[in-house]
Ligand binder design. Structure first.
Ligand SMILES: Nc1nc2c(ncn2[C@@H]2O[C@H](COP(=O)(O)OP(=O)(O)OP(=O)(O)O)[C@@H](O)[C@H]2O)c(=O)[nH]1
Ligand SMILES: [Mg+2]
Length: 204
């Protein structure tokens, strides 16, 4: 019988415009799909793309021992090399990214169902976006009352990035985790930390 839920955990990836949500999902899963369009005007000197639909990535969290941090492997790569992970404990994770533009709130709202955890991505080098980040954080905290929400201080590779504790104070949260989507290991570390919180909260 086909499984109704094609994943064990779903991570909802939100945050303001151009903070790095789509980049994070593609850093973790090179085969992720994204519904985007070209930007109509430059933002901070760049005309890139912006999400108008969603990002969908699939990865496997594989642990040899349940107490180890384990590995984050793109789903397609895992399927090819499955034999190597014989006997490992594996969890399939769906990464669901949403648009950061405030007027796409209806898309963010419709994409939330069955999430187990949230990565709230903030651009540490863009204090001008703090107002929008607070709006999205508030909408996220109102929608999810009982799952872990982790604030990620992204773009730590930039010289003008504020340190994670400063990003946390911008948002009035206890702590934020530093990351750069240009550094895949930092993306994996952030996700593993969140998944461990999911298991703690579920008592698994
Ligand atoms: N320096 C630096 N740039 C980054 C990083 N992550 C993303 N970017 C850049 O930031 C811009 C926006 O990245 P996206 O991943 O499209 O951001 P997003 O949050 O999906 O944006 P929206 O879909 O518009 O909400 C792109 O030019 C990326 O290359 C990072 O860690 N460091
Ligand atoms: Mg995007």
């Amino acid at each position: 019988m086909k499984r109704l839920k094609p994943f064990d955990y779903k991570a909802y990836v939100t945050g303001p415009f151009q903070s790095g949500k789509t980049s994070l999902i593609h850093a973790l899963d090179p085969d992720a799909i994204s519904i985007e369009r070209a930007m109509k005007e430059a933002y901070r000197g760049e005309v890139g793309t912006t999400t108008t639909g969603f990002d969908l990535g699939r990865i496997v969290w594989a642990r040899k021992n349940i107490d180890s941090d384990g590995l984050i492997i793109p789903k397609k790569e895992f399927e090819r090399e499955k034999a190597e992970y014989e006997g490992w404990q594996t969890k399939e994770i769906e990464l669901r990214g949403v648009p950061g533009q405030l007027h796409f709130k209806f898309v963010r709202d419709t994409m939330r169902s069955s999430s187990d955890c949230v990565l709230m991505i903030v651009d540490s080098s863009d204090p001008g976006m703090v107002g929008e980040a607070l709006t999205i954080l508030a909408e996220t905290q109102a929608a999810f009352t009982d799952i872990p929400i982790e604030v990620i201080a992204n773009k730590q590779d930039r010289d003008d990035a504020a340190p994670p504790d400063q990003v946390a104070s911008w948002l009035g949260v206890e702590n934020a985790t530093g990351m750069s989507t240009f550094d895949r290991e930092s993306c994996k570390d952030a996700l593993i930390m969140l998944l461990q919180k999911v298991e703690e909260s579920k008592g698994e």
